[in-house]
Design a protein around this ligand. Structure first.
Ligand code: SAM
Ligand code: DTB
Ligand code: SF4
Length: 336
């Protein structure tokens, strides 16, 4: 079994990234089988609990107040709306529920307290709870952990070099700092990136290198294809070819063998065959449900059909969780 390494050299990542595609997928599939059950896929559902009017200027994001998209900003959803959505996600076979808020950073106020209540409520349903709320202070991360938060999503998105071309209102280091804060509170880390923003192969290699040389690999690595939303600065970007997604997934799988690699945004534009290639390449997690945060996702019946055709099966909640990540009351035995 290959070792889990966090000391990858930039040249090694570059070499892996450039392996001819079919050979790369074969190597990734081999690693995948050693660390994961073949055909097992983690099914996650997203809910935007506070949409739009975000002060950050992320060039890809329809929720930024700096861009003129058709998106209608909304207030924070109430408990009923959130718990109903979580219940429906569970009923449809999802095991992870991720709540997103269009915040630059969480603020310590009644909305944050509401999020803490929702973490308790969704955990009680037996789901893994993930949040993505922007930057966090140490104190906020502690409160999220105490409420039972299992995972936190905070993407590096691209290389440090390309980052400044996409976002000017925060730095790469801000992102790394929040990731460290999250990790220090024993919250499982979900961190990945976006392809298709105009970055080069060098930027993709740098992103993979940064992710794979964190003190610990993120437990989950979302690979998003840009959804070019009208009114954002990146609206004119061409669609990412599915073989480029497969290459990113395969390289992530080889570099971070134990991580869940999530085929995230952009699946809606991929054929069943293209998605199958990505599962071969080591993707083992997806978002299901009619929406991601604000954009359309694959129809549920098509995903069910895909599971049948490809012989995929859903992964249990908390499977292989590290004991220190488990919310209180969820027994380690349930996680194995
Ligand atoms: N505001 C928080 C943050 O930035 O961390 C949480 C929400 S933000 C929408 C979560 C992630 O969604 C971003 O980091 C980005 O990777 C992804 N994302 C946003 N818009 C996207 C788009 N148009 N296409 C692909 N991924 C996108
Ligand atoms: C991630 O990497 N992708 C998800 C989740 N983490 C939060 C979000 C994708 C958002 C796509 C654009 C939208 O629906 O607004
Ligand atoms: Fe705000 Fe997050 Fe969108 Fe950036 S990605 S504009 S921080 S919601």
């Amino acid at each position: 079994m290959p070792q889990i390494r966090t000391d990858w050299k930039r040249e090694e990542v570059e070499r892996i990234y450039h392996i001819p595609l079919l050979e790369l997928i074969h190597q990734a599939a081999t690693v995948h089988r050693e660390f994961h059950e073949t055909g097992e896929v983690q099914v996650c559902t997203l809910l935007s609990i506070k949409t739009g009017a975000c002060p950050e200027d992320c060039g890809y994001c329809p929720q930024s107040a700096h861009h003129n998209t058709d998106l209608e900003p909304s207030r924070m959803l109430d408990a009923d709306e959130i718990l109903t959505a979580a219940g429906a996600a569970k009923a449809s076979g999802s095991t992870r529920f991720c709540m997103g808020a269009a915040w630059r950073c969480a603020r310590t106020n009644s909305e944050f307290d509401h999020v803490l209540d929702m973490i308790r409520g969704v955990t009680d349903l037996g789901l893994e709870v993930c949040c993505t709320l922007g930057m966090l202070t140490d104190e906020q991360a502690g409160k999220l952990k105490d409420a039972g938060l299992y995972a936190y999503n905070h993407n590096l998105d691209t290389s440090e070099r390309f980052y400044n071309r996409i976002i000017s209102t925060r730095t790469y280091q801000d992102r790394l700092d929040t990731l460290e804060t999250v990790r220090s509170h024993d919250i499982s880390v979900c961190c990945g990136g976006i392809v298709g923003m105009g970055e080069t192969d060098e930027d993709r290699i740098d992103l993979l290198h940064t992710l794979a040389t964190q003190p610990q690999h993120p437990e989950s690595v979302p690979i998003n294809a840009l959804i070019a939303v009208k009114g954002t600065p990146l609206e004119g970007q061409p669609k990412v070819p599915s073989w480029e997604m497969a290459r990113m997934v395969a390289a992530a799988r080889i570099l971070m063998p134990a991580a869940m690699v999530r085929l995230s945004a952009g699946r809606v534009d991929m054929s069943l065959e293209a998605q199958a290639l990505c599962f071969m390449a080591g993707a083992n997690s997806i978002f299901t449900g009619e929406k991601l945060l604000t954009t359309a996702n694959n129809p549920m019946d098509e995903d069910q059909r895909m599971f049948e055709i490809l012989g995929l099966k859903a992964r249990r909640a908390f499977k292989d969780a590290r004991p220190e990540h488990l919310p209180e009351g969820v027994l380690a035995a349930e996680a194995t």
